[in-house]
Design a protein around this ligand. Structure first.
Ligand SMILES: [Zn+2]
Length: 227
């Protein structure tokens, strides 16, 4: 397997390094992200990553915990569903609205990460990464309004800005366009099939049967950079 294939499917972290807060990002993202963070600080925000690089194994664990009901699986209204009552096809679609398949998460690439305004949190205060927290006037709304007009300058965009019928809109999820666009163009259905074939993923048979449709709807179906 080439290093590129390992990066695209989350089987290495050799392309990443630790950014402030302990989350890993791609080595080539450190500089533009530092510039974005510094500009945000001047505007009064503490831009912090709450989820950066994620490996194949980590994404596999999240997937399997959702399928087995150890982690909540929300429906379209955000209410947790009883996974044992869902037909496999329904469950797969529900999980994919909020979680990527292992081997298909943009978090594997180190180019993508979720950001919040740390200065808005009291010590020990929890948040859920739900759309309501990112609306105008909400907990992280001001930072993201600032990002709306400033992130392009530094090369960042939101691949899940609008609802394209695949992944649910995620205002918190930013991507470094120059690298991520290149990785997206090189991500293939063949690599993903290979990665999942040898994994211990739950609902593997059902997922593999419809992988071409899943790949089109949830992996490559993203908003393009505005720049
Ligand atoms: Zn994300």
């Amino acid at each position: 397997m080439s290093l590129l294939e390992e990066i695209l499917t989350g089987r290495t972290d050799s392309h990443t390094e630790v950014f402030s807060g302990g989350h890993r990002v791609h080595q080539k993202v450190v500089q533009p992200l530092t510039k974005l963070k510094n500009a945000a600080a001047k505007a009064g925000f503490d831009l912090a990553i709450c989820s950066g690089f994620r490996s194949f194994d980590r994404q596999l664990m999240i997937w399997n915990e959702k399928v087995s009901g150890k982690r909540p699986v929300p429906d379209s209204q955000g209410r947790g569903v009883n996974v044992s009552e869902q037909p496999p096809q329904v469950l797969i679609d529900l999980i994919l609205r909020w979680s990527a398949l292992p081997g298909a998460s943009r978090h594997h690439w180190g180019t993508d990460f979720d950001v919040i305004d740390q200065s808005r949190l009291q010590p020990g205060q929890n948040f859920q990464l739900i759309p309501q927290e990112f609306e105008k006037g909400a907990l992280f709304g001001d930072l993201h309004e600032w990002l709306d007009t400033n992130m392009d300058i530094f090369g960042f965009f939101r691949p899940y800005e609008s609802d394209r019928g695949g992944v649910s809109p995620e205002r918190w999820h930013l991507s470094y366009a120059p690298l991520a666009s290149d990785y997206l163009s090189k991500h293939t259905l063949g690599q993903l099939t290979k990665a999942l074939n040898t994994s211990s993923m739950l609902l593997k048979k059902e997922v593999l049967l419809q992988l071409p449709e899943i790949w089109k709807r949830f992996v490559i179906n993203t908003d393009p950079p505005r720049i």
